[in-house]
Design a protein around this ligand. Structure first.
Ligand code: PMV
Length: 328
């Protein structure tokens, strides 16, 4: 029986994906752009098995509610490609799961890459991205390392909504993301539910879509030029817009805690008072991710460790492409 080991990384959006134009196919309202992070690694082992049911083990967090979207993804994949075997899957996130650290992105990217190898489907990276997207939108980006653009696409069938690598991991070796981990709890409102509510009820949603479209080519150019300040300002502005969209959702989406705001305020104050070059982004969870260059990483990490309530601080570089290994 062929066993496949896949290593993927979560992909942190600098230009965010929040809201779908088609819920069933996970088609986004916006294109998004992100970086793959070494600190947020998922390792998945899978093989086809002679059983009626899939066997899923999520090491470190085997909450049965986390299995539901995985079963759905595997059923859809079997239907799409005419696969008639069950799978045995053991997956481990080397970071807190389902609390806004994009565990679903690296997890479903690993499954899409894994199914392609186990079943010898021979899919292109574009097709694997389209498949991963069916599990979790941001997983479309996580099938690559480096700096990744996920195209919104226009077609109703979604085959033009896939991610591609714009720059590989060693394009910007000095870039760092310092993550302040503020909880090990799962988030109360999933991004799936939250994003739909934002699209339907937040009066700020349409204006954010327009601004996001405008920022996208600018941030790609900033990365091309390795212009840290422009990249950081654009990423922070896009986060601030997404945050305001979330806060103005009815009922309000509050993914942050007092500890999150303490981290945000600390970085802003260091930037204002001591010209520290660091920018903030968060996702649908209370952790705060700080963009900086390698020379400032120890200082940023030290400052974050001093904040009461910060549980741990992860230092990340841009991660390389996923690794797929076959065990015979
Ligand atoms: O892939 P999902 O459905 O978990 O959504 C992720 C959404 C954000 O993390 C908030 C933004 C992004 O583009 O990753």
């Amino acid at each position: 029986m062929k066993k496949i080991h896949v290593t993927t990384h979560a992909n942190l959006a600098l230009i965010k994906y929040w809201g779908k134009r088609n819920e069933a196919l996970m088609l986004p309202c916006t294109s998004s752009f992100g970086i793959s992070l070494t600190a947020l690694k998922t390792t998945t082992t899978m093989f086809a098995c002679h059983s009626d049911n899939d066997s899923i083990e999520l090491e470190g967090n085997n909450n049965p509610s986390l299995h539901i979207p995985i079963h759905k993804f595997l059923d859809e994949t079997r239907a799409l490609f005419g696969i008639n075997t069950a799978f045995s899957i053991i997956s481990k996130n080397h970071f807190p799961t389902a609390s806004g650290l994009a565990s679903s992105a690296s997890g479903f990217a690993a499954l899409a890459l894994g199914v392609n190898s186990v079943c010898r489907l021979g899919l292109s990276m574009q097709e694997i991205s389209v498949l991963a997207r069916r599990g979790s939108g941001s997983a479309a980006r996580s099938i690559h390392g480096g700096f990744v653009l996920w195209h919104r696409g226009e077609n109703p069938d979604g085959y033009d909504s896939f991610a591609e690598s714009m720059f590989n991991a060693d394009w910007w070796p000095d870039l760092r993301v310092i993550i302040a981990v503020t909880t090990t709890q799962e988030k109360k409102i999933s991004s799936r539910v939250g994003a739909t509510a934002s699209k339907e009820t937040s009066p700020l949603f349409p204006a954010w879509l327009e601004r996001s479209k405008d920022r996208l080519p600018k941030i790609i150019e900033a990365v091309r030029d390795r212009n840290f300040h422009t990249m950081g300002q654009l990423a922070e502005a896009d986060w601030a817009d997404m945050r305001d969209v979330m806060i103005n959702t009815k009922p309000t989406l509050n993914y942050w805690t007092n500890v999150s705001w303490a981290v945000v305020n600390k970085i802003i104050s260091l930037r204002e008072k001591s010209s520290l070059a660091a920018y903030i982004t968060t996702d649908a969870g209370p952790h705060v991710k700080v963009l900086c260059l390698a020379s400032n990483a120890p200082r940023v990490a030290q400052e974050l460790r001093k904040i009461p309530g910060v549980l741990s601080v992860l230092e990340s570089c841009v991660a390389s492409e996923p690794i797929i290994e076959e065990e015979t």
